[in-house]
Every structure is written in C-alpha cells, then in structure tokens.
Design a protein around this ligand. Structure first.
Ligand SMILES: [Zn+2]
Ligand SMILES: [Zn+2]
Length: 345
C-alpha cells in the first residue's frame, strides 16, 4: 500500500477535499504513524474558516488529536519503537534552544509548530510526526474516547496547573462543551470542586455526571453572585473560561475571590477579541489572569497520566473520516454535545 486517504484544506473556507495522496516518508527525527482516530477540535473550524488568517501550511491536512501506531522510523530515531501506540497533539515541534524552550515553556517558542496547522495533521489514515513530540500510550487504550485528552484535556489541565490551586478549591467551569467536560474531570482528578456553568441543561446534566459539585444556568441573573454563594466562605478560587463569549470572561473576573485566577482558554472570533477590565478590581483584589495555550510535552505527559490513573475519558460520537466536512459543520452550528472523533477505515 502506497496511498493514504486524507481530508485536505485547499483554500480558506472551502470544503475539505477527500482524496488520496502518497503515504509520506518520515524524515530525520520523524516517525510514520498509522492513524486510528483523530478528534475534531473547534480550532480546526477556526483554521479551515480562516479565522486566524491563512494557515502557515497550505494545502493542509487539519487535525491535532491523533491516536495511532508507529509503523516507520526516520533516520536517527530509536524511540518510540515500531508497533508503539502513540498520541500526536497540537504541540508538534519547538526549536529546543531558545529561552522559552530552555525554561520549559515550549508553547511560547517563536518557532513552535502546530500539528494540523504548520505541519500535516491527523484527518488522514497516516501522519508523519516528530518522534520527540509524540506521547506513548498504552496499547489497549480506548483510542476514540482518549483522543480528546490530547487537546481538550491537556489544555484544561495546563490552565488548572498554572493557576496553582489548593486542594478543595471551588473552580467555575464556564462552558460545558468538549473542553468543559474535560475541565470538570481534571478538576476532580486534581482535588478541586468544579461548578459547571452553561446555557444548555443537557450539558449541565453531563457535567454533573462527570463530577461537577453544582451547576448554574448561564442565563440566570447575576451568575457571579450565584457562583460566590455556592463557593461559600473560601470563595471561588478560579474560573476556567471555555465559552468564547466575552461576557463569559467578564462574569468570571467578577466572580472569583481576591487572589483568584481566571484561566483564558476559549478563543472568540477576532471581532470580539477584547474585554473591558477594571484595573482597580485587578490591583486591589490581586486577581490573576492566566492564558493557557494547549501544553508542553511535560503537560501532555502529566495530562495523559492523570487521565489514565483517574479514568478520564471524553463523551464522544465517532464519524468516519469521509464525514470530516459534516463534523466541522456540526461544530460551526454548535450541535455537538461532547466531542466528535473521526475514525479511519
Ligand atoms: Zn484543539
Ligand atoms: Zn524554542
């Protein structure tokens, strides 16, 4: 077999082209992976629709929640061995020698590479990835339910980690879609008390099943006060914002206690990318705003270990690769209760 099936972005906003290409050869330091599944992330919609401008690579195979098996090694690669089950996440490469990389902050390396953005992604039955950037997974993993850990999982994990919270902390999860359901589970696994906020009662019900200690309807009046009431005397120590509406960020900043943190994860459309923030509220109450951009390799390893030991899995629906365009459409319309995952034939 020399051909692979892939879904290819050929122009901004265009329907992905479903067709075949030659299976790529792994270059020095790279591995060839036979893809089992690839999760569909909202970032894929942003990339395909050109919300972030033209991607650095075009034509482009999107997808950055990849689980598969190593079937080929490029020059110089000794690990992972052929036959190893691995995950490929957004963080597809970094320079390794700049100040950010040396300090373990490769997510902000100026030369960082994004899988399915500046490197070919996983909407394909084969992918080439940098060997040093894949994560080894157990062979018997439930690939489809685990795939979202590789983006939604690590992103929320890194945000919570950076907030440096104490055990028992109340944390609001604002938005309970694919990222939010991961955030609820990571909160529980890390010893925090997640409070779920969403407009959709179905998503709140799912959040409760996954471990939310309380829920708040996002259209209730004075959501910040409701959150403070639930958190009680210890206060709301953090809010993870995974809903892209600017009002969600405003509510989060208002709701957290002094010293609390708002974790910025959701990415609004460019036209709604700004927030009015009270400078005195920030200064007087020592509130913290924390950005979280997916995760480093160490974050990914920790997020995977926590998922394996705490049993964190996503609520998913699978679709064959041939339905990649339908999957993106459903995300555009917000008609996805959990996470969509593409399966390869
Ligand atoms: Zn993603
Ligand atoms: Zn670097």
């Amino acid at each position: 077999m020399t051909q692979m099936t892939r879904a290819l972005m050929t122009a901004i906003g265009a329907t992905l082209d479903l067709g075949c290409d030659a299976i790529p050869s792994p270059g020095p330091g790279e591995v060839l992976i036979r893809v089992a599944v690839c999760g569909v992330c909202h970032s894929d919609v942003h990339i395909v629709d050109g919300d972030w401008g033209a991607p650095p690579m075009m034509p482009l195979i999107p997808g950055h929640e990849v689980v598969g098996e190593v079937i080929g090694l490029g020059a110089g690669v000794t690990a992972p061995a052929i036959g190893t089950t691995v995950g490929v996440a957004w963080n597809g490469g970094a320079c390794g020698h700049c100040r950010a990389c040396l300090e373990g902050e490769e997510t902000i390396c100026a030369q960082s590479e994004g899988t399915g953005y500046s490197r070919p992604g996983g909407y394909a039955d084969h992918i080439v990835a940098r060997a040093a950037f894949v994560v080894v997974l157990p062979r018997d993993i439930d690939a489809a339910r685990f795939a979202p850990v590789l983006c939604a999982g690590v992103t929320t994990y890194r945000g919570l980690k950076r907030a440096a919270l104490k055990p028992g902390a109340h944390v609001a999860i604002i938005g309970c879609g694919g990222l939010g359901q991961m955030a609820v589970q990571y909160c529980r696994a890390m010893g925090f008390r997640p409070i779920a906020v969403d407009l959709d009662p179905g998503k709140l019900e799912l959040a409760t099943r996954l471990g939310a200690v309380a829920t708040v309807q996002a259209d209730e009046t004075d959501v910040p006060q409701k959150l403070r009431d639930i958190a009680g005397e210890a206060g709301l120590r953090a809010a993870v914002v995974v809903a892209p509406a600017p009002s969600a960020f405003t509510q989060a900043i208002a709701a957290i206690s002094p010293g609390g943190a708002v974790i910025f994860i959701a990415l609004p459309a460019k036209t709604r990318d700004y927030l009015p923030i009270s400078i005195s509220d920030m200064a007087n109450h020592e509130k913290r705003l924390i950005g979280s951009n997916v995760g480093t390799r160490v974050d990914l390893l920790e997020a995977v270990e926590l998922a394996l030991t705490a049993g964190i899995l996503a609520d998913i629906e699978t679709l064959p690769l041939q339905n990649a365009n339908e999957a993106l459409d459903r995300l555009r319309q917000g008609r996805v209760p959990g996470r969509l995952v593409l399966t390869m034939a």
